[in-house]
Design a protein around this ligand. Structure first.
Ligand code: TYD
Ligand code: MG
Length: 458
């Protein structure tokens, strides 16, 4: 096959150059030129599509619900919004060793008993996958997973041909960073290769109706490696989270064209693969015999389920001129902002203190409803006084020191009460109209009021 012509395209402005340059000649941005396949003017690949799809009036289109099929793993179905969609493209990212390949192999094993499934691995040999399948008991005689097709391949064109020949209902590409296209000279994993391979595979999915699940590597910061456009091309972006040292794993939807985002799938890694945890609300609490300073329980809402997460703070005298501010599982910048609010409105200064913050269990909390828990944990650690037993909180803290309401307050209260928590410090606007049984609700409007109320409980 003759080499296709390539060009260098700027990722910022789309400007093109025949050779690689450090600076884009069109917009002047540095280091933005990546190799792309030059489109030939004669082969207009959209022409045939335009012929088949006439323009329609919105009112004439039947809004049919997309047919879905189950992945065979109920927590995985939950994050996907009910299952896989024919022709849908899912990108799943996560740290190495977190369980991406395990989850996908397990799921394909289930799917293979009823549908055609193809697992393309660019990272492991077929023998390695078989070894894992054995561990997941997919090779047992009574298991129907033996129908699953495997392909150890990294060349895009051959993968495309296999998908077209096999016509599977689901194909997994593990991982997109290992695949390369012959049309480009750059190395697998480079921005240009990842973009081209993802775009081609997406086209295959849409044309053949095969649902494609791509595994993506993540960078040190936890973002998907490769071009940002990757997230735009695909229909669904999922992230695997969790502490590799604990057995719990979370799969979070980040973007989903076929369902709600922020839905959370919870798994436990066991000897024999991932097990779904259907009732995860109490997973992220550490079991203290006695209450300890610096710990505060937060009720966070993840998709349709409330989760109780313990927020831990450690405030200690700093021995260096600029004290340390470290947040694990929570936003670092938000911590700086909250410390300023704490000083300005509640008169509690931490400028000579190191402040460390952690969300237990490796869960990542992005919602601002965690603010109140962060501040109460910090003041508790600073005073070295534990918060009362059975206390939980939620609520956003504004720059003016006000406590703002959080969505779905009633659900959060109910979940915490169900797990035996008895005192709630919550935003005034979230206060329940009727008393909740076994729950003492302290509704607060300002941060200083929240701290005073908590101190009175000592
Ligand atoms: P893997 O799916 O290979 O991770 P990824 O594809 O995201 O890089 O997960 C491998 C880890 O999971 C590995 O450290 C071993 C562990 N594991 C189990 O604990 N139990 C099992 O049954 C399997 C298959 C893996
Ligand atoms: Mg893997």
């Amino acid at each position: 096959m003759a080499k296709q012509k390539t060009l260098y395209t700027c990722t910022e402005c789309g400007g093109q150059a025949p050779k690689w340059q450090g600076q884009c000649p069109a917009c002047g941005a540095w280091n933005t030129l990546v190799e792309t396949v030059a489109e030939q003017a004669s082969t207009n690949r959209f022409q045939s599509l335009a012929k088949n799809a006439p323009v329609q009036r919105l009112a004439d289109i039947e809004a049919a619900d997309v047919p879905r099929f189950s992945t065979g793993v109920s927590e995985f179905d939950r994050v996907l919004g009910g299952g896989l969609v024919a022709g849908g493209v899912v990108l799943i990212g996560g740290d190495p060793g977190i369980g991406k390949s395990t989850l996908l192999l397990q799921s394909l094993g289930e799917i293979a008993s009823e549908r055609r499934a193809l697992y393309v691995s660019g990272e492991e040999s077929a023998a390695q996958i078989a070894l894992r399948a054995q561990r997941l008991s997919l090779l047992d005689p009574q298991s129907k997973a033996s129908e699953l097709k495997l392909l150890a391949e990294i060349q895009l064109e051959r993968i495309q041909a296999t998908i077209e020949a096999e016509r599977p209902d689901v194909a997994v590409i593990d991982s997109i960073q290992t695949i390369y296209s012959d049309a480009l000279t750059s190395a697998p994993g480079s921005v240009a290769q990842v973009r081209e391979c993802a775009a081609q595979l997406t086209r295959v999915a849409k044309q053949s109706g095969t649902a494609i699940i791509m595994v993506g590597h993540v960078t040190k910061e936890g973002n998907l490696a490769g071009p940002r456009v990757l997230e735009h091309i695909v229909d669904t972006v999922l992230y695997f989270e969790g502490d590799t040292h604990s057995s719990f794993r979370l799969v979070r939807a980040f973007k989903n064209r076929f369902g709600a985002v922020n839905e959370l799938g919870v798994f436990a890694m066991t000897e024999r693969g991932l097990r779904g945890v259907s009732n995860p609300s109490a997973l992220f609490l550490s079991q203290h015999e006695q209450t300890v300073p610096g710990s505060c329980v937060l009720v966070t809402q993840e998709g349709s389920r409330p989760l109780l997460v313990e927020i831990q703070a450690l405030v200690d005298t700093a021995h260096v001129p600029n004290p340390r501010r470290l947040a694990v599982g929570l936003e670092q910048n938000r911590l700086a902002l909250l410390l300023a609010v704490l000083h300005k409105h509640a008169g509690i200064a931490c400028f000579d203190q190191d402040v460390f913050l952690n969300a237990v269990g490796g869960v990542k909390i992005t919602e601002p409803a965690a603010d109140l828990a962060v501040l109460l944990a910090i003041q508790s650690s600073l005073r070295n006084k534990p918060l009362p037993k059975g206390l939980f909180v939620f609520g956003e803290v504004g720059l003016a020191g006000e406590i703002r309401p959080s969505p779905r307050g009633q659900d959060r209260l109910k979940e915490a009460a169900k797990l035996g928590f008895s005192i709630a410090v919550i935003p005034k606007a979230n206060a329940p109209k009727q008393p909740v049984e076994g729950l003492r609700v302290i509704a607060v409007e300002r941060i200083e009021q929240a701290i005073d109320q908590v101190r009175e409980l000592d």
